[in-house]
Design a protein around this ligand. Structure first.
Ligand SMILES: *[C@@H]1O[C@H](CO)[C@@H](O)[C@H](O)[C@H]1NC(C)=O
Ligand SMILES: *[C@@H]1O[C@H](CO)[C@@H](O)[C@H](O)[C@H]1NC(C)=O
Ligand SMILES: *[C@@H]1O[C@H](CO)[C@@H](O)[C@H](O)[C@H]1NC(C)=O
Ligand SMILES: *[C@@H]1O[C@H](CO)[C@@H](O)[C@H](O)[C@H]1NC(C)=O
Ligand SMILES: *[C@@H]1O[C@H](CO)[C@@H](O)[C@H](O)[C@H]1NC(C)=O
Ligand SMILES: *[C@@H]1O[C@H](CO)[C@@H](O)[C@H](O)[C@H]1NC(C)=O
Ligand SMILES: *[C@@H]1O[C@H](CO)[C@@H](O)[C@H](O)[C@H]1NC(C)=O
Ligand SMILES: *[C@@H]1O[C@H](CO)[C@@H](O)[C@H](O)[C@H]1NC(C)=O
Ligand SMILES: *[C@@H]1O[C@H](CO)[C@@H](O)[C@H](O)[C@H]1NC(C)=O
Ligand SMILES: *[C@@H]1O[C@H](CO)[C@@H](O)[C@H](O)[C@H]1NC(C)=O
Ligand SMILES: *[C@@H]1O[C@H](CO)[C@@H](O)[C@H](O)[C@H]1NC(C)=O
Ligand SMILES: *[C@@H]1O[C@H](CO)[C@@H](O)[C@H](O)[C@H]1NC(C)=O
Length: 642
């Protein structure tokens, strides 16, 4: 659904008329907000709009998908569901150009997809050497894991582009994967085909070198979620050979007790499969298989009509084959790709070293980059003032993934699994282990641009904050930043150091308060009590009191800080530091920690003056904050847009 932008708007003040009275007025960001649901369509267009994120010119964004690097231009195409699917290109991952004025490149309404186009993925050098899209073509709705499956509702079809990706034309033939293979036909879902190549899988499955594979996400009623694996059969991708459920989990089961990776749920969605080594995407022998997946589940024993919970997960594991030719994925570690409850539907793609972005940044390795969807109306279930805003939801900042390493970790009670890491090696004499996990960082080009393009860089002196200065609720002067940004667009970095006593300090909270004023503030802090990083949104927005759908629930994610060996002979250790990067792009707040934790959410601060930053410290243990820098300004991701 898209809504048109009817009014001339400026960033700070917007003329509006209350819906139920004829008075012409102005939105005041220095006074308490009215009920925002009563404002004119699109009158809040700029109030919370991010500058540096990927989102369409207006209207709604859904799942990211259908990304690729065009081999003929080196441009990276980022795609997303919109009305059909739409997209943009980028030569640096920082600035984007819409594919068309209306950025749509494929619409539903064809013979295979009379009702909808769902997620798909692109073979960059496909049929006749052109980018070729394999996507879910939808013929019947509703589709939900909680209700019986309508046969034929989700099929997988092809479309190709002849004009550089501005338009993908559906092939005049039936679906190439017409449905789930007999006898596993009573599925909970069968969608989101993700195409990939893998020399490792070629060896394991005895395939011709360079074969394309696709995983299709879903599950089986009464059994649980699955990824179904297929292999290309012919040069034109017309037929796909079924290799079985390469991954299946029991319904409503979890990885370990669920602490690190939530629940597998009942139905998988948006599965991606790729191989990573320490540098990024790789198909060499040191690379391991990773998958990212959405898991759907619910609490209620009486199955509801919609999924209550969605979790955005990753897993890494071993791949093996059976003599009967089937191939199996067995997780060895799993975690949350993003802990934010509104972050979902990640879609990634190989970004080759030959891409323009990599050439411009001097990146000589292949990378795997991902975008997630961040819904601002809780997947359509909350009453957010969407028509007043004129747009809905966004993608998250692009990240690059690699196999991460945590070295010199004490081999103590903290390293035991199953968890979102595994022990890669052990040094018995030092009493340490090396852990591997999924490394996630902001794409290097974007991070560099946030730094180099800052309009103001604020360096706050480091300090040790002790119990006497504490004040989670009040603003003790020791906790104030000397200088705060004057806008709601910045990246903040800092590193927190904890003494050993912090490990079992049940009262310790340490972090930052952002988007703060006398009226509003958002607290971001770590606490050892439950090893959690929390974003407290209870006082984030004055609009929460006047308007439905301005959600104020806390967001929380689990992060374990290990004991790291000091390297001295006596076997001493210290708690791993907490390296935080916080991106605030108006209402989008993303918290990255230690290259292995991300929590993305929305903070709808209302007042213009809510830009202060303070340290946050509570409890009886001193914490040292170092390298505190605020890069204000971010970048304009859409220079060509009006
Ligand atoms: C406001 O948007 C809604 C939903 O798109 C639409 O039905 C309505 O006609 C619009 N109102 C005006 C005055 O344009
Ligand atoms: C793509 O091209 C076809 C054929 O010219 C046209 O019918 C269709 O509307 C175009 N699709 C989009 C999304 O513009
Ligand atoms: C396939 O690739 C492997 C290396 O991954 C190579 O050893 C083998 O010779 C190749 N096979 C063919 C038929 O090209
Ligand atoms: C394997 O990786 C190399 C280098 O990253 C790349 O050139 C090659 O195309 C990859 N092969 C496949 C089949 O993906
Ligand atoms: C499919 O599973 C659903 C839910 O368990 C069940 O109600 C339905 O009867 C099954 N349909 C078939 C054809 O087995
Ligand atoms: C799934 O498992 C969780 C955790 O044990 C439980 O709370 C929930 O009720 C279960 N869901 C159903 C539908 O049984
Ligand atoms: C994965 O492979 C490694 C190395 O072969 C092996 O030690 C481990 O037990 C396997 N794990 C699973 C879960 O299959
Ligand atoms: C691959 O070929 C080998 C040797 O012919 C055979 O033992 C193995 O079972 C085959 N694997 C698969 C997955 O077909
Ligand atoms: C994570 O990846 C980034 C980018 O490749 C790298 O700079 C960093 O050192 C890695 N961190 C860990 C813990 O592996
Ligand atoms: C913290 O508690 C754990 C578990 O009770 C204990 O093993 C550890 O020695 C304690 N650490 C410190 C620094 O007190
Ligand atoms: C704001 O307006 C909406 C729509 O009229 C209404 O449902 C809601 O109750 C109002 N909110 C408050 C806090 O009055
Ligand atoms: C970076 O800053 C320069 C100078 O202010 C500006 O011209 C350019 O558009 C900015 N780039 C982005 C991506 O915002």
């Amino acid at each position: 659904m898209r809504s048109s932008i009817a009014l001339a708007v400026s960033a700070s003040t917007i003329w509006i008329r209350q819906a139920f009275c004829a008075t012409v007025g102005r939105i005041e960001y220095n006074a308490a907000p009215p009920n925002l649901s009563h404002l004119f369509n699109s009158s809040l267009f700029y109030t919370w709009r991010p500058r540096s994120h990927v989102l369409p010119p207006n209207g709604q964004i859904g799942d990211p998908c259908m990304h690729y690097t065009d081999p003929s231009t080196g441009l990276f195409h980022v795609g997303y569901l919109h009305t059909g699917a739409a997209g943009a290109t980028t030569s640096d991952l920082v600035r984007y150009t819409d594919l068309n004025t209306d950025p749509t490149f494929i619409r539903s309404g064809g013979i295979n997809d009379p009702v909808a186009v769902f997620d798909g993925s692109v073979i960059p050098y496909g049929i006749n050497g052109t980018p070729t899209l394999l996507y879910t073509s939808v013929s019947y709705l509703p589709i939900q894991w909680t209700i019986p499956y309508t046969k034929g509702s989700e099929t997988q079809s092809l479309a190709v582009t002849y004009d550089g990706g501005k338009n993908f034309t559906e092939l005049k033939e039936g679906p190439v994967i017409p449905g789930p293979p007999f006898p596993v036909t009573n599925v909970t879902g069968f969608r989101d085909p993700y195409v990939f190549q893998s020399p490792q899988l070629d060896r394991i499955a005895n395939s011709t070198n360079g074969t394309w594979y696709t995983v299709i996400s879903g599950g089986i009623h009464g059994q649980g979620p699955s990824q179904f694996l297929f292999r290309q059969y012919d040069a034109d991708y017309r037929d796909w050979e079924y290799l079985g459920q390469w991954w299946h989990e029991a319904a409503n089961s979890s990885w370990g007790d669920g602490t690190w990776a939530g629940r597998w749920g009942y139905n998988f969605e948006v599965g991606n499969v790729f191989t990573l080594n320490h540098e990024g995407y790789s198909n060499s022998t040191d690379a391991e298989f990773f998958t990212t997946l959405g898991a759907e589940w619910s609490e209620a024993p009486i199955i509801p009509q919609v999924s209550q919970f969605r979790e955005m997960l990753w897993a890494s594991g071993n791949v093996s084959s059976s003599p009967n030719g089937s191939v199996h994925f067995e997780p060895t570690m799993a975690g949350k790709l993003d802990w934010g409850v509104f972050a979902y539907a990640a879609a990634g793609k190989l970004l080759p070293a030959t891409s323009q972005a990599s050439k411009h940044s001097g990146t000589t390795v292949d990378r795997f980059i991902i975008y997630l969807w961040l819904t601002n109306d809780n997947f359509g279930t909350s009453a957010f003032p969407t028509v007043q805003q004129g747009w809905s939801s966004t993608l998250t900042t692009v990240r690059e993934l690699s196999k991460g390493t945590i070295s010199n970790v004490m081999n103590d009670y903290l390293v035991a699994g199953p968890a979102s890491w595994r022990i890669a090696s052990q040094d018995k004499s030092a009493g340490t282990v090396e852990l591997v996990t999924l490394n996630q960082t902001i794409a290097r080009e974007v991070r560099a641009a946030f730094i180099s393009n800052a309009t103001r860089t604020i360096t706050e002196p480091g300090r040790t904050i002790s119990a006497s200065a504490s004040g989670y609720g009040n603003t003790s002067s020791d906790l104030n930043f000397a200088e705060s940004p004057s806008s709601k667009f910045f990246m903040l970095t800092t590193t927190l150091h904890f003494p050993g006593a912090a490990r079992n300090a049940t009262d310790l909270k340490a972090g930052l308060r952002i988007l703060s004023s006398e009226h509003e503030s958002t607290s971001i802090y770590y606490q050892f009590a439950n090893e959690s990083l929390i974003i407290d949104r209870s006082n984030s927005s004055a609009a929460a009191a006047t308007t439905l759908g301005i959600l104020s629930n806390n967001e929380a994610g689990r992060l374990r800080l290990f004991n790291i060996a000091s390297g001295s002979a006596n076997g001493s250790s210290s708690i791993e530091s907490l390296a935080l990067t916080i991106v605030v792009d108006n209402s989008v707040v993303e918290v990255y920690a230690n290259d292995r934790f991300v929590l993305s959410t929305w903070v709808w601060s209302w007042y213009d003056e809510s830009t202060e930053i303070n340290f946050l410290h509570e409890g009886s243990t001193a914490v040292r904050f170092d390298d505190v820098v605020v890069y204000e300004g971010l970048v304009d991701a859409w220079p060509a847009r009006p």
